[in-house]
Write a protein that binds this ligand. Structure first.
Ligand code: ZN
Length: 360
């Protein structure tokens, strides 16, 4: 069923729904209260965008907000023929990977797995994250293992993994991609051999919500990239929707192809420490090779991560960005070490490697 017909039948409670041209349905936004529709849902691509509250993203998210189950929403998007971003580059990539879609992953997790992690982690709230932000990023808490949970979704919005960050110092490893935590839950049929580490390097965290915005040219075209989850959330909370985390310090080849598919402009906002500098050097080179324009955020002194900055400082760091050669000059030592000590080879290995469950 076409998505517009679906919306008309699904939501008789949504008053004043109307079609706009051939490509959009205008609907009263389910993410905020309103009487006249300001939320447009595309009938050609799996995207929606609310012009009032700025919520947007994959159509399955819109359907879930209307009360549809996750499975039903996914089926509906598929049934409407919207499940594949139609793009030559993605098609080319699928051919390159011999018919396999590198972004799809081998196994899609059941959304109900997240039900056990619905609590808002107190430590993040006291660190200044708003509940709305935590909901947007679907951050939860795992009481059994005392970890903050971050769902990992591929570019289609499908759940392909869960990452758990230790809630307290001293719990090792600090970050881990869940495996035994999920395979032990027999009712969900997660294959024992499912390699979620490999999935990690094929996705951009929050990318499934940014992709439609950039694709529809509804966001500024620069994509802001961070290392970690909290950094991405801090930047989003400072007012930037188009932010994604590479979940680690080294940008993988698949990730850089995905970015090239989304945008021509990237702003690197990795951590301000030796690992982050090396990651920045590496990512900048990879992205430049793909023909992407790259700039680097300018940190105020002595601050290590975007989440250590207030919203104003985040805005300032982005406004005062450096171009790559300026950044290289400011980090001459890192650059010369990287060039002379085979750093590149090591980073390449690490970015491509399927590592055991553990720290990244
Ligand atoms: Zn809205």
């Amino acid at each position: 069923m076409r998505i517009d017909s679906l919306i008309f039948t699904l939501a008789p409670q949504l008053k004043n729904t109307y079609t706009k041209g051939h490509n959009y349905v205008m609907v009263c936004c389910p993410f905020h209260q309103e009487r006249t529709p300001s939320c447009s849902v595309s009938t050609e691509k799996p995207v929606f965008f609310c012009h009032s509250c700025q919520e947007g993203g994959h159509t399955s998210r819109f359907l879930r907000q209307l009360g549809m189950g996750a499975e039903a929403a996914r089926e509906a998007v598929k049934g409407a023929g919207l499940d594949k971003p139609r793009n030559r580059i993605v098609d080319g990539l699928i051919a390159k990977y011999q018919g396999k879609n590198p972004y799809r992953g081998q196994f899609i997790l059941n959304e109900d797995l997240l039900d056990d992690y619905r609590l808002a982690p107190k430590s993040l709230i006291s660190a200044g994250f708003r509940k709305e932000t935590l909901r947007h990023f679907e951050v939860g808490f795992d009481q059994d293992n005392f970890r903050i949970t971050f769902p990992l979704r591929n570019v289609y919005g499908e759940l392909v993994g869960i990452s758990g960050r230790a809630a307290l110092d001293g719990i090792e490893p600090r970050y881990k991609i869940y495996r035994t935590e999920l395979t032990s839950r027999t009712d969900f049929g997660v294959p024992k051999e499912y390699d979620m580490e490999a999935v990690k390097s094929s996705l951009l965290w929050h990318g499934h919500l940014v992709y439609p915005l950039l694709y529809e040219e509804r966001a500024e075209e620069v994509l802001i990239l961070t290392e970690g989850f909290k950094a991405a959330m801090a930047i989003w909370q400072a007012g930037y929707q188009n932010v994604a985390a590479i979940v680690g310090a080294y940008l993988s080849d698949t990730q850089s192809e995905l970015i090239a598919n989304m945008t021509r402009h990237a702003c690197l906002f990795l951590d301000n420490n030796p690992a982050g500098w090396k990651g920045t050097y590496f990512a900048a080179n990879r992205l430049l090779k793909k023909g992407i324009k790259v700039v680097v955020a300018r940190y105020p002194d002595d601050r290590e991560q975007p989440d250590a900055l207030g919203p104003r400082e985040v805005q300032q760091a982005l406004r005062d960005h450096m171009n790559v050669s300026e950044w290289r000059q400011a980090h001459e030592r890192v650059v010369s070490e990287a060039a002379w000590k085979g750093f590149f080879r090591k980073a390449l290995r690490e970015a491509g490697q399927r590592r055991e469950e553990g720290a990244f």
